[in-house]
Ligand binder design. Structure first.
Ligand SMILES: [Fe+2]
Ligand SMILES: [Fe+2]
Length: 222
């Protein structure tokens, strides 16, 4: 496949990517984490690509953001702790073998390596898009724990989110995460308890893209 552009489709269909993300999510489910599998990878990939496309970036840049986003949590196949670095190294190996040029590999692994607080920073447009897309995927369908009595705060907050939508307004240069939360299932305070650092990182990422980041919960802009 060398000398050919490595597409998001090539990456998604690669058997190593398929297996490692499936096994990563099995591991997350076993230790009681929310969903980190192909559903999460696909949604984050679509949103990351959408952000850069809406902001008028080069299509290849948007695709590289989509590739980094698809692979961003693959390192959970090793362990949740250190999944950022492990994922970047596994992606380096796969993408290099697929024939992706080093310049593009560097962009992708840099974006994977910077997607998580507290050490992640927006260091490129692609990484900024991955950060915002990843933090936007908060939704009841991510809860894998079937016993509500065993829900932790992450389960409760995700379970309470009925709808989530990321709105990019290229003319106004705004990126807004719109959530509908069932406040009987989790309070807005609980949302902030676990999401404040993530929102700070989103704000920095939006700044990097020359945009303002906003959060809207149940129709109220915060
Ligand atoms: Fe992650
Ligand atoms: Fe993630």
């Amino acid at each position: 496949m060398s000398n050919e552009i490595v597409s998001l489709k090539d990456v998604r269909h690669d058997p190593r990517v398929q297996t490692y993300i499936t096994r990563a999510n099995e591991q997350m489910k076993t230790v009681g984490y929310t969903e980190h599998g192909h559903r999460h990878a696909g949604i984050v990939s679509t949103i990351a690509r959408y952000i850069l496309t809406e902001l008028g970036c080069d299509p290849r840049q948007a695709e590289l953001a989509g590739i980094a986003a698809y692979l961003h949590d693959m390192g959970c196949v090793v362990n949740r702790v250190g999944h950022v670095e492990a994922g970047a190294m596994i992606a380096y190996d796969i993408l290099t073998k697929l024939g992706m040029p080093p310049e593009e590999v560097a962009t992708v692994i840099g974006a994977i390596g910077n997607h998580e607080e507290p050490n992640g920073q927006p260091i490129s447009r692609e990484s900024a898009a991955v950060i915002i897309a990843d933090k936007s995927d908060v939704h009841f369908s991510r809860v894998q724990n079937s016993d509500a009595l065993k829900f932790d705060i992450h389960d409760r907050v995700n379970h309470a989110v009925q709808k989530s939508f990321l709105r990019v307004d290229s003319a106004a240069r705004t990126i807004r995460l719109e959530l509908e939360i069932n406040t009987e299932a989790a309070s807005v305070t609980e949302y902030f308890e676990i999401f404040i650092l993530r929102m700070v990182l989103c704000r920095r990422a939006a700044d990097y893209l020359g945009c303002k980041f906003g959060l809207e919960i149940n129709g109220v802009c915060l």
